[in-house]
Write a protein that binds this ligand. Sequence first.
Ligand code: HEC
Ligand code: HEC
Ligand code: HEC
Ligand code: HEC
Ligand code: HEC
Length: 214
Amino acid sequence: MTVFSKQFDTKLRLAAGAVVILLGAGGAVAAYLLHPRQLDTGYTPVQPVPYSHKLHAGNLGMDCLYCHTTVAQSSYAAVPMTEICMNCHVRVKEKSPKLQPVRDSYSSGKPIPWIKVHRLPDYVYFNHRAHVTAGVSCASCHGRVDQMTEVRQVQPLSMAWCLDCHRNPAPHVRPPELVTKLDWQPEGDPATLGAKLIRDKGIHPPDNCSACHR
Ligand code: HEC
Ligand code: HEC
Ligand code: HEC
Ligand code: HEC
Ligand code: HEC
C-alpha cells in the first residue's frame, strides 16, 4: 500500500530541497530540530554565584554598560570579567562565602563558569550594536532585568518574534542614550516618538532571509 503518490513524494522532496537551498545550510534545520532551547521563555539556570541584577542594577543603580561593556560596540554582549566584580568586592563583603567563587576566579585567573541564558542557533546572525545604536532598549528583548534576582528569558527568540518587531519597530525605538534606562517611558504613545526617530534616522530593519541567515 502506498500512502503518498509518487508525484506527492517528488513535490515533498522539491520543497525540502528548496528550504535547504534557501538556507544554504542543510545542517541548520537538523541543528534546530535537535536544539530548540532558544524558544524556552522562563529559562532560569542556577548560576555559580548568586549574583543579583535587582541588587546591583536596580537598588545600587549600576548602568548595564558598566559590566556589559561591549554591547554598544560589538555583535557580542559579553558577560563581565571577574576583575569588574573585584573593583568593589575587594572591599565590599570581602569575606562573604557567596563570593568565594569570585575570589577563586580572581586568584586563579580562570573565568567564572556563568551559564548562558539566551542562545540563538548558530545559523542565525544577530548583532547587539545594530540594535542598541538604533535605540532598541535591553528591556524590549530581555525584560526588566533590573528587577530580576536571577536572569530569566522572557522572549521566545523565535523568527516570528524578530520579524514582528522588524515589520513594526516604532513602539520599540527610543533615543539611543536611553536604552539602558529600563524604566523609561516617553510622554504619550511610544510609537509616535519611535516613528519620528525612524523617519529622521532612516531606520529600516531588514526582513530578507540573508540578513539573519548568512
Ligand atoms: C555588576 C555587573 C552587572 C551589571 C551592572 C549588569 N549585569 Fe547583566 N550580567 C552580569 C553577570 C555577572 C551576568 C551572568 C550571570 C547571570 O546571568 O546572572 C549577567 C547576565 C545578563 C544577561 C543574561 C545573559 C545570558 O546569559 O543570556 C542579561 C540579558 C543581562 N545581564 C542584562 C543586563 C541589563 C539589561 C543590565 C542593566 C539593567 C545589566 N545586565 C547590568 C553582570 C552585570
Ligand atoms: C560598584 C560596586 C559593585 C560591583 C562592581 C559589584 N558588586 Fe556585588 N555587591 C555590591 C554591594 C554594595 C553589595 C551589597 C553589600 C551588602 O549587602 O551590604 C553587593 C553584594 C553582592 C553579593 C551578595 C553577597 C552577600 O554575601 O550577600 C554577591 C554574590 C555579589 N555582590 C556578586 C557580584 C558579582 C558576581 C559582581 C561582578 C559581576 C559584582 N558583585 C560586582 C557592590 C558591587
Ligand atoms: C533586539 C533584541 C535585543 C536587544 C535590544 C538586546 N539584546 Fe541582549 N541578547 C539578545 C539575543 C537574541 C541574545 C542571544 C544572542 C546569541 O545567542 O547569539 C542576547 C544575549 C545577551 C547577553 C549574553 C551574551 C553572552 O555573551 O553570553 C547579554 C549579556 C545581553 N544580551 C545583554 C544585553 C544588554 C545589556 C542590552 C542593552 C544594552 C541588550 N542585551 C539588548 C537580544 C537583544
Ligand atoms: C524590538 C525590536 C527588534 C527585535 C525584537 C529584533 N530586532 Fe533586529 N533590528 C531592529 C532595529 C530597529 C534594527 C535597526 C535597523 C536600522 O538601523 O536600520 C534592527 C536591525 C537588525 C539587523 C541588521 C543589522 C545588521 O547588523 O545587519 C539584523 C541582522 C537583525 N536586526 C537581526 C535580528 C534578529 C536575528 C532578531 C531576533 C533574534 C532581531 N533582530 C530582533 C529591531 C528589532
Ligand atoms: C530578522 C531575522 C530573520 C529573518 C529576516 C529571517 N529569519 Fe529565519 N530564523 C530566524 C531565527 C531567530 C530563527 C531561529 C528561531 C526559530 O526557529 O524560530 C530562524 C529559523 C529559521 C529556520 C529554521 C526553523 C524553522 O522554523 O523551521 C528556517 C528554515 C528559516 N529561519 C528560514 C528563513 C527564510 C526562508 C527567511 C526569508 C523568508 C528567513 N528565515 C528570514 C530569524 C530570521
